[in-house]
Design a protein around this ligand. Structure first.
Ligand code: ATP
Ligand code: MG
Length: 667
């Protein structure tokens, strides 16, 4: 605490008023949150009455680890540090009965949501066109984030939104029938619950007596409602944020929520932090000048004592292959020259697809790296399959899971059987699993088909039973062999290697489930809860152990929020990439500028931009222009390097040479 500056100290000690800390990047906002948790505990508020929420699992984990340096195990007991969604899930699970759910609530991911919507449309949802399913899904998500219920959506929908509004009603009803919720429900349903059941709200207000929110600028309307309800009229909260880093408008984030706080809480105190403890003066100056091009509701100044630093470099490349090679070789060189570690470097980009060539380059040079938030572990088909089974074991009404696994491995239950089953379930408003047992269905199916369905159904019930009664993980390991999943992978995969890798992923998933079960409850956690928890995680969580080792980080600008690295490479700073083409077309440059600002302000000591003059787009080589954002930066603080192109062979050779050199130095 003694190391905090006076404004930070004031923010930590302010507990009699609701508090907003509004400050620029790297000014110690997150630090204030962690110090404040420790302060509250030391003032006598038990940790179990404190909740801190942030936006990503990674940030939550980082926060937990910072807190554990300030408090011992006993002092931390019961502390909630989590994402908004994970807090919502805890509330839902605890109160699912009141909301009319059975136990074993299933969490639908985006793909499940699409599957369900497609099913509803193909079974005759009013005026809907299956080709528009993406846009309906998006619209329903937007309504949920803007705290619009299905009934309200019908009244506010514009003419062209009617089909989506009707679909929203059907979708909500089906989710309920399947005992499932989607991601947006994790916030929306707790808010509805609290509004409708004051006694339950009071219980939770009693549990969470102080609430802290990081990255507050990215909350959407529904999340803000949740904050307001939990914090109550007294406003027992501290929220910290930076309007210049609001980068989730597309998910309904409302930086206006910052101003809204002032309206809703007359006693709100606002503290500004101005000293940046992260970056050199030059990095800050460049970032500040860039963001000055956006209109500002709140004025902020940022200064740093960390020295003026090196100019920010701008690299130009002939194409994306060379860009990747050149940057990999830069990292090798720089690491060698300065004796840094791989973990000191981050490569940041606008879209996930940009990472591919960099991965290749890093791998070819044997450089350890890790990608946050890229293709999620959960997007792998083998993981979806096994999770599908687990979901079905804990909730037989989970139709998305049912469809996922019914023919994986093949059970010769053909499309026409499934179609009839679907139609029957739809008429009767019951789940596929429930329908598969009904006499009425047997009138429509051949004996053979009915027999196969019944066999599958009996097997699911039996396995679910054994899981509930006995050694969960032994049963899980057994069923994978029992259904012949390893053979299925061999048959479906192109190579034996790929089949082996997939099977390894399956076992990794099981190990991971075991760890979750052990971590909080010594292995006593019900499978339903484990599955729900795992559906909330992403790739970052899996890499928890890997992260500790020395690796170059690759991630999108969105994923980089809140983090810091000594050396940052912001790649593909080109028109149509950053700013993104869609944003140019919809005139949404300000949000792109904030993204660039987030990128630059991750850097502690050096920041390097890179762009290509040519790049393959949609299979053709197109000419590219450097991003307009580069022209907004102070010329004196930039150093334009290799405007004249090095031959690709030279770059490649240089990379190899420095790696060889490095190896000799290390041996
Ligand atoms: P962002 O807007 O990017 O999320 P932030 O405002 O949350 O940034 P922090 O991550 O809390 O900033 O702090 C930035 C860095 O400065 C961290 O390394 C943190 O440990 C350090 N820092 C914060 N406050 C102080 C202080 N008073 N003295 C020394 N270092 C500090
Ligand atoms: Mg922060």
């Amino acid at each position: 605490m003694s190391k905090l500056n006076p404004q930070q100290q004031a923010a930590v000690k302010a507990i009699d008023h609701p508090l907003l800390v509004l400050a620029g990047a790297g000014s110690g906002k997150t630090r204030v949150i962690t110090e404040k948790i420790a302060y509250l505990v030391k003032q006598g508020l038990p940790a179990r009455h404190i909740a801190a929420v942030t936006f990503t699992n990674k940030a939550a984990r980082e926060m937990k680890s910072r807190v554990s340096k300030l408090l011992d195990d006993k002092q931390q007991r019961g502390l909630r540090v989590s994402t908004f969604h994970s807090l919502g899930l805890d509330i839902l699970r605890a109160e699912s009965k009141t909301l009319g759910y059975k136990s074993g609530l299933t969490l639908f991911d985006e793909q499940d949501k699409h599957t369900l919507l497609r099913n509803l449309i193909s079974h005759g949802a009013k005026d809907c066109d299956i080709d528009n399913v993406d846009s309906y899904a998006r619209q329903i998500g937007q309504w949920k984030n803007a705290f619009v219920t299905p009934e309200q959506s019908v009244t506010i929908a514009k003419a062209n939104e009617y089909p989506a509004a009707n679909l929203y009603i059907d979708y909500t009803r089906s989710l309920k029938a399947y005992n499932a919720v989607d991601f947006d429900d994790l916030i929306l349903l707790p808010v509805l619950l609290f509004q409708q059941h004051p006694a339950i709200l009071e219980k939770w207000q009693n549990k969470i007596r102080y609430l802290l929110v990081d990255e507050y600028q990215d909350t959407n309307i529904t999340q803000y409602q949740l904050v307001r309800l939990i914090a109550g009229n007294l406003g027992r909260f501290t929220v910290v944020g930076d309007d210049d880093q609001s980068i989730y408008a597309w998910r309904g984030a409302q930086p206006e929520n910052l101003a809204q706080l002032q309206k809703d809480y007359a006693r709100l105190h606002v503290i500004k932090l101005e000293q940046n403890y992260r970056s050199t003066g030059r990095i800050l100056k460049v970032a500040n000048q860039l963001i000055a091009n956006n209109p500002h509701a709140f004025e902020k100044r940022l200064w740093s004592e960390l020295g003026y630093g090196d100019p920010l470099r701008v690299l130009s490349h002939k194409d994306e292959q060379i860009e990747a090679q050149q940057i990999v070789s830069e990292i090798i060189h720089h690491k060698f020259k300065t004796g840094s570690n791989y973990q000191d470097y981050a490569i940041l980009y606008r879209g996930n697809h940009q990472s591919r060539l960099f991965e290749k380059g890093l791998r070819e040079n044997n450089i350890p790296y890790f990608i946050s938030g890229s293709t999620s572990f959960f997007a792998y088909s083998e993981i979806k399959d096994i999770l599908g089974y687990l979901r079905l074991f804990v909730n037989q009404d989970d139709d998305a899971a049912f469809l996922r696994v019914i023919n994986t491995p093949k059970r010769e239950i053909g499309p026409s059987t499934l179609e009839k089953l679907g139609a029957y379930a739809n008429e009767r408003h019951i789940s596929l699993f429930a329908a598969s047992t009904e006499f009425g269905l047997s009138q429509r199916l051949s004996e053979k088909a009915m027999h196969r369905l019944t066999k599958f159904r009996d097997w699911v019930i039996d396995t679910a039973d054994r899981i509930e009664r006995g050694d969960t993980f032994a049963v899980i390991e057994q069923f994978i062999d029992q259904i012949g999943y390893p053979q299925h992978l061999q048959e479906e995969s192109k190579t034996k290697d790929s089949a082996d890798r997939k099977l390894k992923n399956v076992y990794e998933l099981i190990e991971w489930l075991k760890r979750i079960a052990d971590k909080e409850t010594d292995g006593q956690m019900p499978l339903a809860e484990i599955v729900a928890k795992i559906m909330l995680m992403d790739i970052m969580e899996r890499n928890q152990e890997d992260e500790a080792s020395d690796q170059v980080s690759l991630m999108t600008l969105h994923a980089a929020k809140g983090l810091e690295f000594p050396h940052v490479f912001l790649i593909g700073i080109e028109e149509n990439i950053l700013p993104h083409q869609n944003s140019i077309e919809t005139d949404n440059i300000e949000e792109e500028r904030r993204l660039a600002y987030v990128g630059i302000t991750r850097a502690q000591r050096t920041c390097t931009f890179s762009y290509c003059t040519h790049r393959k787009r949609y299979g053709e080589v197109a000419e590219c222009e450097p991003s307009r954002f580069l022209s907004e930066l102070p010329e004196d603080d930039l150093e334009w390097v290799n405007k004249k192109q090095l031959a690709p062979e030279v770059i490649k050779e240089r990379g190899k040479a420095s790696l060889a050199h490095l190896k000799t130095m290390l041996s």
